[in-house]
Design a protein around this ligand. Structure first.
Ligand SMILES: Nc1ncnc2c1ncn2[C@@H]1O[C@H](COP(=O)(O)OP(=O)(O)O)[C@@H](O)[C@H]1O
Ligand SMILES: [Mg+2]
Length: 265
């Protein structure tokens, strides 16, 4: 008798982590309507490090806010891990430009915040926070308050906090924009370490072409009025990325032209 092997329906691990179909967002305000996002159709696979680049007003923050579950899109369909977004979730970590730490909580308690929300035990929270503070290179910062920390340190804490619940998706909106060049470069290296160790999917908004080319496995270039994707480039540069390599410079020129041409419209 032939044995019939039942194969369980596979977990849809191959399906993209993020899938947007004709996603759009319109803001209605006293000053009229703004189409922040036109029709965005986009898929992002697990583990991708996607940099999003584009001039002010092209809808980058709106896209991240939708993915974070902070705002609902006006139209279109968006799924993360096969599910509709119903609000913020511990599966999505968020890091914004302005550090956004709770000033009245120590670094340790800031890092533990999502874990507290998820009702994890105090001992476990403390262990996770300690590991993450080490991972971001601030093992001693736990008892300090945000006002005692530099901008770069606060941003490291914000990254540690976003990682605490082991999110499958990390949403970062110009996280290093306010930092000096050396701190920025150190944090870029740190983020690449984290990506290679933890393999979260990352959506990273930046104004800086070189930063996008150093970090991303993929680069999405957006343009305003209405916000839309004008380029979607797989970054085939070997790591570690060398800013002096001919391919790096070729891509830099290409992206600069894409942004320049689009903003000149
Ligand atoms: N809360 C809001 N109310 C009205 N208009 C908004 C609001 N947020 C953003 N916008 C407008 O939507 C467009 C896209 O904004 P945003 O997503 O912040 O772009 P970016 O992050 O690329 O600079 C801009 O024209 C901006 O002025
Ligand atoms: Mg923005």
């Amino acid at each position: 008798m032939n044995a019939r092997v039942e194969i369980a329906a596979p977990v849809a691990i191959d399906q993209p982590l993020i899938s947007c179909v004709e996603l759009g967002h319109v803001y209605d305000s006293d000053r009229g309507r703004t189409t922040a996002l036109g029709n965005i159709t986009l898929t992002i696979d697990r583990g991708e490090f996607v940099c999003v680049l584009g001039p002010s007003g092209c809808g980058k923050t709106t896209l991240l806010n939708i993915l974070a579950g902070f705002i609902a899109p006006s139209h279109g369909n968006i799924r993360v891990d096969g599910r509709a977004i119903e609000g913020p979730s511990s599966e999505r970590g968020v890091v914004f430009q302005d550090y956004s730490l709770f000033p009245w909580l120590t670094a340790q308690v800031n890092v533990e915040f999502g874990l507290r929300m998820a009702c994890r035990a105090a001992r476990e929270r403390a262990d996770i926070a300690r590991e993450l503070l080490k991972l971001v290179g601030l093992p001693e910062a736990g008892p300090k308050y945000p006002f005692e920390l530099s901008g770069g340190m606060k941003q490291r804490i914000a990254i540690a906090r976003a990682l605490a619940t082991r999110p499958s998706l990390l949403l970062m909106d110009e996280p290093f924009a306010a930092l000096d060049a050396m701190t920025r470069s150190a944090l870029q290296t740190k983020l690449l370490d984290i990506h290679s160790q933890e393999r979260p999917t990352i959506l990273f908004v930046t104004h800086n072409i070189a930063e996008a080319l150093v970090l991303g496995s993929r680069l999405i270039v957006m343009s305003p009025n209405p916000g839309r994707i004008v380029e979607d480039i797989r970054l085939d540069l070997p790591r570690p990325r060398r800013r002096t390599s001919p391919r790096f410079n070729e891509l830099y020129e290409h992206v600069a032209r894409a942004i320049g041409l689009e903003t000149a419209e």
